[in-house]
Design a protein around this ligand. Structure first.
Ligand code: PGA
Length: 252
């Protein structure tokens, strides 16, 4: 079965000192559940310090929030997948809606990033989701399908089992208004069917599809009960270690 995956996306929050305090508290917890996978995606500036701390005792994996698709070159301000791998990142968030909307990332750029992350032996957390307007116009499945196709259509089939897909409806991100478990499940199921048609039922059954958008301690357990919701990608509620721990302990 698919192991639940709880991902913290800190976005542009936490200095190195704050990040180290967070992780120290987390690592000291005596009873962290062992039947889930945890990932923290801090700002780039925190990766090295957290990676050193994790080398002592690795209860959580490290992820980056973005990446460039080239390994090196004249790309001022960009970060290569090689650098992330060297720092011990196992995951990279790709195509977050804030990158798409505020920094004008296109499906084409995102497609190159997904491939680059996989080629460098890390796991992309590939984000897709519709806007409120698209949902209201009944275009959710069409938007999801376009985003899936543009990034995954030409991906070698052997890469698929190393992929995490995050369904993050744009209208739910940072708004306090999460998708209901039923609404999210419908889209997750659609995504899994799409993957199944593309690469077969076995890989579709292995891929983890996580939900993101106003996940909080009081709604994560219900979301995670749904058969196709394999984890959560948490923004605002992952910045404080207390609320992140409540989410991680959602079964207790
Ligand atoms: P949120 O963000 O939990 O603050 O809604 C989720 C995300 O953007 O990944």
């Amino acid at each position: 079965m698919r192991k639940p995956l709880i991902i913290a996306n800190w976005k542009m929050n936490h200095t190195v000192n704050e990040a180290l305090k967070f992780l120290t508290v987390l690592q000291k917890q005596p009873n962290l559940p062992s039947d889930i996978d945890m990932v923290i995606c801090p700002p780039f500036t925190c990766l090295q310090s957290l990676s050193i701390l994790l080398a002592e005792e690795k209860k959580v994996s490290l992820g980056a929030q973005n990446v460039h698709w080239e390994k090196a070159g004249a790309y001022t301000g960009e970060v290569s997948p090689l650098f992330l791998k060297e720092l011990g990142c196992d995951y990279v968030i790709v195509g977050h809606s804030e990158r798409r909307q505020l920094f004008f990332e296109t499906n084409e750029m995102i497609s190159k990033k997904v491939k680059a992350v996989l080629e460098n032996e890390m796991i992309p957390i590939f984000c897709i989701g519709e806007t409120k307007q698209e949902r209201d116009q009944g275009k959710t499945q069409m938007v999801i399908q376009t985003q899936l196709r543009s990034a995954l259509d030409f991906l070698p089939h052997n890469f698929f089992s190393h992929l995490v897909i995050a369904y993050e409806p744009v209208w739910a991100i940072g708004t306090g208004q999460n998708a209901t478990p039923e609404v999210a499940e419908e889209v997750h199921h659609y995504i899994r069917e799409w993957v199944s048609k593309k690469v077969g039922g076995e890989i579709a059954g292995q891929i983890r599809i996580v939900y993101g958008g106003s996940v909080k301690p009081d709604n994560c357990a219900e979301l995670l009960k749904k058969p196709d919701i394999d984890g959560v990608l948490v923004g605002g509620a992952s910045v404080s270690v207390d609320s992140f721990l409540q989410i991680v302990n959602y079964r207790r």
